[in-house]
Ligand binder design. Sequence first.
Ligand SMILES: [Cu+2]
Length: 137
Amino acid sequence: MKITTLTIAATMLSTAAFAAGHAMAPMVMGADQSVANGIVSAEKVVAGENGWLVVHRTDAEKKPGPVVGYAPLREGENIDVAAILTEDVMPGDMLMLMVHAEMGGMATGIFEYTLGAKEDGPIRIDGNLVMSVITAQ
Ligand SMILES: [Cu+2]
């Protein structure tokens, strides 16, 4: 009961913040790019709170696959976010850059997500993942 009340209050607060124009809607802006240097980057990422930019493999069906990189995000605007790829990505491979939260795990500042886990999982806005799909060149 107490938790429910707190959740409603928090929702009202965040709605008020959006209405006042203080909060930017979470988004990922990324473009097709060479990843020959072992890095995939996003030109701009907006996060609702401190979290992670997660790089998933994907394909034409645009379903998120295994994680091949991640980088920390600050609440608000992040420019030129660079994630080190943890495995080889070939030209033509499709990648999904996705905003994840920093919550639910055992440690703050340690990326604890693996595909399908709740720890440090993806955020959703109106039920939708916040992501951008790019192709390695
Ligand atoms: Cu994800």
